[in-house]
Design a protein around this ligand. Sequence first.
Ligand code: PMP
Length: 458
Amino acid sequence: KKLTDSRAVYNLRYSSKLSYSDDTPEVLKFYSDTPWDLGDKYPALTEQDYNRFISKKALKREPALTRQITTLAYKVGKQVISLAEGMPNEDMFPFSRLKLQFKAGGELKLEGKELATALQYMPSQGYPALISELRDFQRSVHRAPGARDVLVTNGAQHGIYQCVDMLLDPGDPVILSEFSYTGVISVLRPYDPEIISIPEDDNGMSSETLEAILESRLARGLKMPKVMYVVPTGSNPTGLIIPEERKKQLYELACRYDFLIIEDDPYMFLNYSGERTPSFLSLDVCGRVLRLDSTSKCLSAGLRTGWLTAPHALVARAELHSQAELLHPATLSQAIILHLISDRSELATHMIRVRSFYRLRRDALQHALRELSGLAHWTSPRAGMFFWMRVDGVDDVYNMVFHRAFERGLMLVPGHAFMYDTSLPCPYLRLTFSKIPEQDMELAAKQLAAIIREEQKF
Ligand code: PMP
C-alpha cells in the first residue's frame, strides 16, 4: 500500500479488539453497570459518515511521509538498517540518568535505552508504550460501547483546539453552555462561530431548551450545528455535574440532530457527590463523542499532557494536525505519565487522596463564605475547583472586580471571562479554592463581603 495513504500506516497499529478487565478500582470507573441500549433508532456512524463533519481546512491535511516512516520504525519490530529517519543521535544528548522520587514512595528511574527513547522523536500519535497503555486504560475506565482510538495531546486545551480546527468552518454554529470555559471561547473566536448558547439548570445544559432551539432552527432552514462542547464534571465556571439521565437526553439530541460532542473532562476525579457518573464516552453508542482527558489537575499541569479518545477516523484526522503542528507532544512527559497510570491501584489511591484534599478545601471555603449570606447566592460545587456566585443587587461585577477588589488586594474572576459576548453585564463571580491557604479564606470572605456592601451602595 502506498505510504501516503494514512490508513496504510494506521492499520498497522490500530486494533478494534474490545476487552474489559474486571479489576478496575471504583474511583476509576466512569461507566454505568447497566449498559445503555438506545435500540436501533439511530445507526452508529460509519467511517465515511465522519467526512461530513470535517472542516474544509482539516480535509486539506495530508500525512507527512517522514512522520509515517517514524511510525513504521516503531512498528517493524525487528532490527533494520535505516538511512531514513532524520533523528539526532541520543548519544550526543547531555543526560545520563533521570530520577523522579514519588511522594508516596518509589521512584521512576530512566537511564540507558529507556532514557534515550524518552529524549527522542516519537510518532505523532504519541509514545507507543503510552498509546497502548491509554487504549487499555480508556477501555477499563469508560467501557465505550465500540472501538475507540487515542491520540496524546499537550493537555486538554490543545485537544480543544485540535477538535475545533478539525470540525469547524468559519461561521459554523456551535453549541455551548451559557457560561463556558474561557479556553474554548479563545479557541472559537477566530472562527467567528454562531454561538448557540444554552442555559444551565442544576443538572447542566438544559436539554429541553437545546431541543427547542434545534427544532426551531430546523423549521426555519437554518444551518444546524455540527458540534457541542461540554464539561460534564465540575464545569468551569459553574461547578455542575451532568448526571447520567441528562447526558442521555443530550446524547439523544446529538443523534437526532446529527452533531458530535466534545467532552472535556479535566475534573473527572474531583467529584465530591459520592455518586459514580458515567461519562459521555461510556454512553457513546453511535460514535459521536470526542473525549478529552487531562493530567493537569491531579498529576501535573506543567507536564502538558492529555489525550483525545474518539472513533478512529477522527483520531486519525487529529493526528494529521499534530504532525503539522508539533510533530508530537514531549516524549519525556509521556514517559512520566505512562509510569503514573500503569499502576492502577496506586493511581486510584492517589485520586482518592486528591479528591479528599479538594473536598476539604471546598468545605472550608463554603464555611468561610457564611460572611456573604444575604449579599450573594451560590451553592457549594458538587465537583471541580470553583464556586459560582451571583452577587445580589449588582448588575455587573466588572468594575467591582477590577477596581474595588483589586485595590484591596483581592483577586477574583468576573463571570464575563466565561461569556462569548463580554460586553454584556454579568452579576457572577468565580471563586477558586484550590490554592488559597485555609487561614486566608476567612479574611477573603470578609473582604469580599465588605466590597459587595460598598458596591451595592454605589
Ligand atoms: N478544560 C477545562 C474545562 C479547564 O478548566 C482547563 C484548565 N483550566 C482545561 C481544559 C485545560 O487543561 P489542560 O491543562 O489539560 O490543557
